[in-house]
Design a protein around this ligand. Structure first.
Ligand code: PGA
Length: 252
């Protein structure tokens, strides 16, 4: 049985002191959520504080990116080993904002995924089509290709530590959400590609999240869909009450 995972992506928000306060407030609110995993992916400088604050709770902590080299002359970058040592459990790789603003390609997404998995991190691998691709009717081809390229040379064993987040780029931070049917259909396309690459069991067991303006009002409907195993939540993960409603919607 695959796990439902509700993950927050804080992006470039929250200082360490705000992080501590947020998590202390969230812990009692989500303490009864046990049928889904709760993850908060936070800025690098907040991770240590977040891990300390979340200790002993059901909240797991992730990073928002990782570099693909083990070490070396890469000014400003953070390695998987560094993340691991401070208690990070998850890492987001290939977010559309990284692809759009920081030159991330399927090739570097694949390298980062491999580096993170080798260090024992769990990866939330993001992919999804842009608006023009959706309008041109090539969404399925686009997400199938991204899935194949981003998972190149990743073994079935390693895949057990990968979550895929289907995030239509036109829905991220725009207030536009994919309909539950669109989310279900495209997550299903990704699942079929996983089946092609890794077989039926892997396809049935992999967690595929939807992301893109998921909030306290639309989460339930999206999460009810067969192929939607959770959410990657940006804006609504910055408020404990909204994030709690989403986690509770997934807790069934
Ligand atoms: P959003 O962001 O919920 O604010 O649309 C989702 C994401 O970027 O993962």
């Amino acid at each position: 049985m695959r796990r439902t995972v509700i993950a927050g992506n804080w992006k470039m928000n929250m200082t360490p002191s705000q992080t501590k306060k947020f998590i202390e407030e969230l812990i009692p609110m989500v303490k009864d959520v046990n049928k889904c995993d709760i993850v908060l992916c936070v800025p690098f400088v907040d991770i240590a504080v977040a891990c300390e604050a979340a200790k002993g709770s059901n909240i797991k902590i992730g990073a928002e990116n990782v570099h693909f080299k083990e070490s070396g002359a890469y000014t400003g970058e953070i390695s998987a080993a560094m993340l691991k040592e401070i208690g990070t459990e998850y890492v987001i790789v290939g977010h559309s904002e990284r692809r759009q603003y920081f030159g991330e390609t399927d090739e570097t997404v694949n390298l980062r995924t491999k580096a993170a998995l080798a260090a024992g991190l769990k990866v939330i691998l993001c992919l999804g089509e842009v608006k023009e691709e959706r309008l041109s009717g090539i969404t399925n081809e686009v997400v199938a290709m991204q899935t194949k390229l981003d998972l190149k040379d990743i073994s079935a064993e390693e895949l057990k530590n990968v979550i895929i987040a289907y995030e239509p780029v036109w829905a991220i931070g725009t207030g536009l959400t994919a309909t539950p049917e669109q989310a279900d259909e495209t997550c299903g396309v990704i699942r079929n590609v996983i089946c092609e690459l890794y077989g039926k069991d892997a396809a049935e067991n992999i967690t595929i999240q939807y992301g893109g303006s998921m909030n306290e009002n639309n989460a339930k409907e999206l999460l009810e869909k067969e192929n939607v195993d959770g959410g990657l939540i940006g804006g609504a993960s910055l408020k404990t009450d909204k994030f709690t409603v989403i986690a509770q919607a997934a807790n069934r």
